[in-house]
Design a protein around this ligand. Structure first.
Ligand code: ZN
Length: 494
């Protein structure tokens, strides 16, 4: 029978659903067609697989070859199906015994010389295969990392011929897990590098402790970028489930594994697809790569309005749905947003020497770029000024401040999670007042202060969320008037 069925894995978001490759050889003029894929995709697959077989001293079957990938809706075109198609051809043409593929799945790209290359998204396939108890055959490169997945059974080879030899063996050796730490840790600047900026220091502490999004405005050179890159170093270790999601995302886009929160700083000229996700293959974008970490948008007003509007949905839901052609994928995107902007188009409006030549109308239009619904999600707004020269020159710095603060942040976050199941940033309107546990006197004081400042209800909620974090940092059950006053001192219109 010139027919074979090979199990492999497709890609749907972070999942790797099961896909079967059917290979049929029939008499007739030699030809090769992959059902459902266009002629050019079929030709590309044929070229790679044919060259790989011939380079491996294997025979390209001289038949009319039909390949079918099923179910079709789980198939995103890509090179991951090279290896399963090659295996199908070898089994159908009886160059490889059928029991060599029993209970095994295959994934990988083939080089023209027959080498096996790792596929993006293979980690998801390893997880899925481990859950079903199947053995997965894949490229040698990167496989020890993959073997760290609990319950995984992997057969890895550097090329097609070695893999065939392994599969014919009675009891092929499985890849052993890497004994060392599975991922690198990122290094971030220490909090002690921020000098002479007590307000910024406090804002970073609060942002880390309550998960609040942060907007900094100030002239170029006041340290906005430094501050943003300090923040991930203040965040406690990521929960294991989030860490896995992060690794799956990085594996899909071809980035190495790192442990702990990541820092992503996309440029304002990046395309919407690069930021939100959804390039030709519906891959995750920057906001998903920042999952569990920090997304820094420098020069916020330079980002297209459409991009800023689209950020609202992931900020609410912690995920993004990416649609490209007939494929729709959902990716996690729960990140902490840090944004920075100048006070005016030239950036000099805060200087007292009058060097700014921007008209009030220009400044108004510039600041409008950062207003609107996105701002409703940003609890902390900080206006920065240049630190005094003495502070910059002082040598009285204490290293490892980040590490010490990180421990306090972890305690504060734990307090929030055990009380309400989410960070203070994610408190919804109805819950905020309840969890603040205001006394009658504090409630009266708050109403008076809000009336004096003429703030909207949404704005009041943002400030209460920050006040709640201040109370949590102090380990207090109730939010007091002093917490509210500090919270009120933070936010100002951009
Ligand atoms: Zn200006």
């Amino acid at each position: 029978m010139h027919l074979s069925f090979i199990s492999t894995r497709g890609q749907a978001g972070l999942d790797a659903p099961s896909v079967t490759v059917e290979v049929h050889l029939s008499a007739g003029l030699p030809a090769f067609q992959v059902v459902g894929l266009g002629d050019s995709s079929s030709r590309e697959i044929r070229s790679r697989v044919r060259a790989a077989l011939i380079s491996s001293h294997l025979k390209w079957p001289d038949f009319n070859i039909t390949v079918n990938l099923t179910p079709a809706e789980r198939v995103t075109p890509g090179t991951r199906f090279d290896l399963p198609i090659a295996m199908g051809l070898l089994v159908a043409s009886q160059q490889l015994p059928r029991d060599a593929i029993e209970g095994r799945e295959f994934i990988g790209e083939l080089g023209l010389d027959g080498c096996l290359k790792p596929s993006r998204g293979a980690l998801a396939a390893v997880l899925a295969a481990a859950q079903t108890g199947k053995t997965l055959c894949l490229a040698m490169e990167g496989s020890p990392h993959m073997a760290n997945v609990e319950g995984s059974r992997l057969i890895a080879a550097p090329d097609l011929l070695s893999l065939c030899a392994l599969l014919k063996a009675d009891d092929p050796q499985l890849v052993s897990p890497q004994p060392t730490c599975p991922a690198d840790t990122c290094d971030y600047p220490d909090l002690s590098q921020i000098r002479g900026q007590p307000l910024l220091y406090r804002a970073l502490e609060l942002a880390a402790a309550g998960g609040h999004h942060l907007l900094m405005s100030g002239s170029p050179g006041v340290g906005k970028t430094l501050a943003a890159s300090v923040l991930p170093g203040l965040l406690p270790p990521i929960a294991p489930a989030t860490q896995w999601e992060m690794w799956l995302i990085r594996d899909l886009v071809g980035l190495s594994r790192v442990s702990g929160p990541t820092f992503r700083a996309p440029h304002h000229s990046s395309s919407i697809a690069a930021l939100m996700g959804g390039t030709a293959k519906a891959l995750p974008g920057e906001i998903s790569m920042a999952h569990g970490g920090v997304l820094f948008l420098d020069e916020l007003t330079e980002f297209p309005r459409a991009v800023l509007n689209q950020l609202r949905q992931p900020l609410e839901s912690g995920e993004i749905t990416v649609t490209r052609a007939e494929h729709q994928h959902c990716y996690p995107a729960r990140f902490q947003l840090v944004a920075a902007m100048n006070p005016c188009p030239c950036g000099l409006a805060d200087n007292e020497d009058g060097s700014c030549r921007c008209s009030p109308d220009m400044i108004r239009r510039y600041r409008q770029g950062a207003s609107g619904p996105l701002m409703d999600r940003i609890d902390l707004h900080v206006k920065l000024s240049k630190p005094c020269p003495e502070a910059l020159l002082s040598t009285a710095t204490t290293d490892n401040r980040s590490a010490r603060l990180r421990e306090r942040v972890a305690v504060t976050r734990e307090r929030q999670l055990s009380r309400q199941g989410c960070l203070n940033r994610d408190l919804a309107g109805d819950n905020i007042v309840e969890v603040c546990a205001l006394s009658t006197a504090t409630r009266a004081g708050l109403i008076k202060a809000l009336a004096a400042l003429d703030v909207s209800a949404r704005n009041a909620h943002r400030r209460l969320r920050v006040a709640r974090t201040l109370a949590d940092m102090a380990g207090e059950e109730r939010v007091s008037m002093s917490h509210i006053n500090t919270a009120l001192s933070f936010r100002e219109a951009p």
